[in-house]
Design a protein around this ligand. Structure first.
Ligand code: G1P
Length: 309
């Protein structure tokens, strides 16, 4: 039996821990992110990171580990209680704001761990080993989230509990976009897992290939459910694309060793707040869906766009 076999057996139970790598330098968003972590940029009135933790909590995740870096500790404060602020709101009888201020601290148990050097996504996930142990766990990248009304994580967690392997999610991208993502080659899945959604079986993974080298247009979205065996694979993974230790390369290693890898094709809305354009699109889409300001905002927006065309 290989050293990984024991840790990739189906557990029949959904993972309950999640890791959010949020240690990056966010160079694509400078200078805004010089002193403010990109994960705390607001989308309307909640920071990006809160949407992500809400997505995890809604899928049954109860334990969240934030991988942080230097200058990013304010992220943790957002999920703490704020007794002074809370008592002021209580005195004023402002129940709505009080509930909004308390909500982040009620979503899940939040833990943190430092990635001492920005050596890549694979390395950041590797920092979670002591907290996660040998259990399967979810990874949610800290600058993207999906529409809560069209969730993705529950089906991924169900699928991983059945296979014991790696579960990814994919979105279709234009050929010229493959160089921004991990790209998979896939085949039809086994009949036993085909009922969970639009499931594919992964036969190969490559990080940020050029249009010519891309094996498909299926891009890895920032949601993963991984077995504990990934930690050993990360330790054996050298620098890859961009000189960084890539999670994609560690997953490709497990795939080569026989770990089952599946993906669910996601056709809902994914918000990518890691860059100014995607961030603006997320703010506009979410603001226009909000019950309290959607109507006023879209009516202003229609007018504004009308005057620009
Ligand atoms: C990371 C992963 C990549 C994945 C992408 C999704 O890339 O390395 O495989 O497709 O997230 O957003 P990054 O955006 O950190 O460059």
């Amino acid at each position: 039996m290989s050293e990984h076999a024991a840790t990739t057996l189906p557990s029949g139970r959904r993972a309950i821990k999640a890791v959010i790598p949020a240690a990056g330098l966010a160079t694509r968003f400078l200078p805004a992110t010089k002193a403010v972590p990109k994960e705390l940029l607001p989308v309307v009135d909640r920071p990006v990171l809160q949407y992500i933790v809400e997505e995890a909590a809604a899928a049954g995740i109860t334990d969240v580990l934030l991988i942080t870096g230097r200058g990013k500790t304010s992220m943790v404060d957002h999920f703490d209680r704020q007794p002074y602020l809370e008592s002021r709101l209580e005195e004023k009888g402002d129940k709505e704001r009080l509930a909004a201020v308390r909500k982040p601290s009620q979503l899940a148990d939040i833990y943190t761990c430092r990635q001492h050097e920005p050596l890549g996504l694979g390395h950041a996930v590797g920092c979670a080993e002591a907290h996660v142990g040998d259990e399967p766990f979810a990874v949610l990248l800290g600058d993207e989230f999906v529409d809560l009304a069209d969730p993705l994580l529950p089906a991924m967690l169900d699928l991983q509990a059945r296979t014991g392997g790696i579960v990814l999610s994919f979105m279709e991208v234009a050929p010229e976009e493959t160089k921004r993502y991990g790209i998979a080659s896939v085949i039809d899945p086994e009949p036993e897992v085909a009922d969970i959604g639009e499931v594919v079986r992964v036969t190969g993974l490559v990080e940020k290939p050029s249009q010519e080298d891309a094996p498909s247009n299926l891009a890895v979205l920032g949601r993963y459910v991984l077995p504990g065996a990934i930690f050993q694979a990360i330790k054996s993974t050298g620098p890859g694309s961009g000189g960084e230790i890539q999670l994609t390369d560690a997953m490709a290693m497990l795939l080569d060793q026989g770990t089952p890898v599946h993906g669910i094709v996601y056709r809902g809305t994914r918000y990518d707040t890691g860059m100014p354009l995607g961030y603006l699109q997320a703010v506009v889409q979410i603001a226009s869906q909000r019950e309290d300001l959607g109507e006023a905002f879209t009516s202003w927006l229609r007018n504004f766009v009308g005057t620009r065309t």
